[in-house]
Write a protein that binds this ligand. Structure first.
Ligand SMILES: Cc1ncc(COP(=O)(O)O)c(C=O)c1O
Length: 416
């Protein structure tokens, strides 16, 4: 039985798709003394993080930083641009999309849910949880909305519960093709700084993200990147907003400050994370994305060698952030996870909502490298065998072959 004073030797393998491991360099940056959040030193820090995070979102427009988890930033996005009773078109790709839909209803909006309902042999009740957003369904629905009653389209970029990364540029194209004025709201809480994301180029109006995934920070800060159209909409939107309201924050951010007490030490960490992610010697953002794509390919090669099914059924939208692994019918994925945790000190993501007990998730994001992934995959393989799951072959061997046979570009080799 585990107790709170359980201290195994070596590093815990935190292989969940966020919170992800925090690099020592960021932990050290956060250990600096807390400073006066109204003093001159803070203004320098504030301006530095606001500039850095805008580069990460690939935007020239404001990014709001909240001392809150991602859920808070979801609420902030809706509260700033919506009015009570507004119809919103929300696409269900998985558990997190469904939680956002629930929140919209609780806020007094009228969510209309789109999802793929076709046949899926492994998940007959959740075909939409194995594929990305179908932009053509959005286009068709918006074309039918001739009165332009729908005020926003809400989609999740990287669905953390399944391991699917939807094509946001295609959603933008669908909205434009329908000539519809709806705002585009995108959750990339687990995609930012791991999967390519272009807030401006993709014409997103509000992008929501959080600190505890690709940014390699602890949980506790979250973001709204906002377009000029979203800022305009916020001036007339009628849902009550006070703490979340963008206007005062944007105004004070001009000099590097916030209207309330920001979480200073997490911002030290954010400044460090931006430096690390943007550093040309690490390959910059392109290098960051390429690292994750390669890790994802390595992990999927292991899953295929085990003879297990990848939750994402469409290779075009495989997530570079995490891989969902479906276990054979009759196996309890959570029991396998527990065994791997207890025997090998490795945390894997649980199946959420509709897929609870039917799959587990391997995170391959942030501060990891080929060997941390090999360790995690070894933990999985040993645990699956101990749990009596019949494997077709060695995923560890397949991943070793992949990583050895596909070296990272030279510029990236020391980047992780
Ligand atoms: C895609 C996605 N959306 C929303 C959330 C909720 O964020 P938080 O748990 O930080 O409130 C998460 C958390 O994992 C997520 O992965």
């Amino acid at each position: 039985m585990l107790t709170l004073d359980f201290h195994p030797t070596g590093r815990h393998f935190l292989q969940i798709p966020g919170p992800s491991p925090v690099p020592d360099r960021i932990l050290r940056a956060m250990s600096l003394p807390t400073i006066d959040h109204r003093g001159p030193e803070f203004g320098v820090l504030g301006l530095r993080v606001l500039k850095g995070i805008a580069q990460i979102f690939q935007t020239r427009h404001p990014v709001i930083i909240y001392p809150a988890s991602g859920t808070g930033a979801w609420e902030a996005a809706l509260a700033n641009v919506m009015s009570p009773g507004d119809p919103v078109l929300m696409y269900e790709t998985g558990h997190f999309a469904s939680l956002w839909i629930k929140m919209a209803a609780r806020l007094g909006l009228k969510p209309e849910v789109l999802t793929l309902t076709g046949k899926d042999d492994r998940l007959p009740d959740a075909a939409g949880w194995r594929r990305g957003v179908q932009a053509d369904m959005i286009e068709a629905r918006l074309k039918a909305d001739t009165q332009h009653a729908i005020k926003a389209v809400c989609v999740v970029h990287n669905e953390t519960s399944t391991g699917v990364t939807s094509n946001i540029a295609a959603v933008r194209k669908a909205i434009d093709a329908a000539k519809h004025p709806a705002l585009l709201l995108v959750d990339t809480i687990s995609g930012l700084a791991s999967a390519d994301y272009k807030h401006d180029e993709w014409g997103v109006d509000v992008t929501i993200s959080g600190s505890q995934k690709g940014l390699m920070l602890p949980p506790g800060i979250s973001f709204n990147a906002v377009s000029p159209k979203a800022i305009e909409a916020s001036k007339t939107a009628k849902l009550p907003k006070a703490f979340w309201a963008w206007d005062e924050i944007i105004e004070m951010n001009k000099t590097g400050y916030w209207p309330y007490t920001p979480n200073t030490n997490l911002l030290y960490g954010l400044a460090e994370a931006c430096d690390m992610l943007l550093a040309p010697e690490n390959g910059g953002l392109e290098g960051t994305f390429a690292r994750h794509v390669r890790w994802g390919e390595g992990v999927r090669s292991a899953v295929r060698a085990w003879g297990l099914e990848i939750q994402c059924a469409d290779p075009a939208v495989y997530s570079p952030v995490l891989t969902g692994v479906m276990v054979p019918d009759g196996v309890d994925a959570d029991a396998v996870r527990r065994l791997i945790y207890e025997r090998f000190d490795c945390s894997l993501g649980t199946g959420l909502g509709k897929v609870k007990g039917r799959m587990f998730r391997i995170g391959h994001l942030g501060d990891c490298n080929d060997l941390t992934l090999m360790g995690a995959l070894a933990g999985c393989e040993m645990g699956l065998k101990l749990a009596g799951v019949k494997l077709a072959g060695s995923g560890v061997q397949a991943a070793m072959d992949f990583f050895a046979g596909h070296p990272a570009p030279v510029a990236l080799q020391k980047a992780a």
